[in-house]
Ligand binder design. Structure first.
Ligand SMILES: Cc1ncc(COP(=O)(O)O)c(C=O)c1O
Length: 363
């Protein structure tokens, strides 16, 4: 149990140890049920309890208003790239996208298959190293919705504000990599989605929070599994859901409640990220952050070294030192430390030590 290493993976990512321990304890038989969560019917009372408690805790942590549905879906955030336009982009209308990195681009590219999409703003000419300010968004007041990515996992940039959409235009957020890392104003959004496998649990389930008046807009030809209204009506149980993933998400939510809620979680995350960014900023230019300082992600810390050879060496030696998953995404290069909610501060401190030592030897 004690031989766990520090896991900086961008996702699937580190889970809280107490969650893993409880899942392990309950794997053979859920207390009072006598069967594993892997074996029980999704229509059984114990599973109903699991999914309802998860929804209740999610609602209380994020302050989800009553007029929003919470869905547990499959297909990852990537399926949401298609489901959002399938449900919310009627024929003849146009949707706006804010492009701040690879994930926003992927969402945009997928939506194009379903109708007219427009770029409300792109930071590509700055190598996706920054988040635009509100004044830079040229949002269409008639758009079917305005889509943004609150945290760009690959580039390591994060919105520090909720973009304002024109009156009546639903704001849609891909929150996959900063979901539950800090409070968000759900009521300012029409829809929020997040693949669970970074901050909320294991792979296999995607959380969607959608304002109820946006349900029922999909064309009749929409497959039932891709229709938010049908999934909401069935309480996410139209068919067999990813029961185990939902159960683990439920444990993560309980862990977050136990930490004192999302304000407390955000404080921890700020503290962890500061340690790492301070190490970059005080390295005399040996480490260079990819993101502009004011746009830095608290979840994915991306940085470069003076040469690619040194970056390779850093990745190799850090892995050998028990710091796993630091190699950056191939499209940006360099290094990336993903320090989601469950990543312990001791691991950040170990990385900072390693960085100082590496610079001394190679600087
Ligand atoms: C911001 C963001 N959006 C979407 C995705 C795609 O998620 P999935 O693999 O669940 O489809 C990712 C995955 O890393 C992501 O970081």
């Amino acid at each position: 149990m004690t031989n766990r290493i520090f896991n900086f993976s961008a996702g699937p990512a580190v889970l809280p140890l107490p969650v893993l321990e409880q899942a392990q304890r309950d794997l053979i038989a859920l207390p009072g049920v006598g069967m594993s969560i892997l074996e029980i019917s999704h229509r059984s009372a114990p599973f109903e309890q699991v999914i309802q408690t998860a929804e209740k805790n999610l609602r209380s942590l994020l302050g989800v208003p009553e007029d929003y549905a919470v869905l547990f879906l499959q297909g990852g955030a990537t399926l949401q790239f298609a489901m959002v336009p399938m449900n919310l982009l009627p024929a003849g209308a146009s949707a706006d996208y804010v492009l701040t990195g690879s994930w926003g681009q992927s969402a945009f590219k997928e939506a194009k298959k379903f109708g007219t999409v427009r770029v409300a703003c792109s930071t590509e000419s700055d190598n996706f190293s920054r988040i635009p300010r509100q004044e830079e968004l040229s949002a269409d007041p008639k758009a079917a919705y305005l889509h943004y990515t609150s945290n760009e996992t690959i580039h390591g940039t994060e919105f520090d504000y909720t973009p304002a959409a024109p009156a009546g235009v639903p704001l849609v957020c891909d929150s996959s990599s900063d979901f539950l890392s800090r409070p968000i104003d759900v009521a300012r959004h029409g829809l929020i989605y997040a693949g669970a496998q970074k901050n909320a649990g294991p792979a296999g389930v995607t959380v969607v929070i959608v304002r109820k008046d946006l349900l029922g807009r999909a064309p009749a030809s929409t497959p039932v599994m891709l229709d938010y209204a049908a999934m909401a009506k069935a309480g996410s149980l139209h068919n067999t859901p990813p029961c185990f993933s939902i159960y683990v998400v439920g444990l993560v939510l309980e862990w977050l409640v136990g930490l004192g809620g999302l304000e407390a979680v955000a404080r921890r995350n700020r503290e962890k990220a500061k340690l790492l960014y301070d190490a970059i900023d005080s390295s005399g230019g040996f480490y260079r952050g990819h993101s502009r300082p004011e746009c830095r992600s608290l979840m994915n810390v991306t940085f470069r070294l003076p040469t690619e050879e040194l970056e390779k060496k850093f990745a190799k030696e850090s892995t050998a030192a028990g710091l796993d998953g630091l190699k950056g995404h191939r499209s940006v290069g360099g290094l990336r430390a993903s320090i989601y909610n469950a990543f312990p501060i001791e691991g950040v401190a170990r990385l900072v030590e390693f960085m100082q030592d590496f610079r001394q030897k190679n600087g």
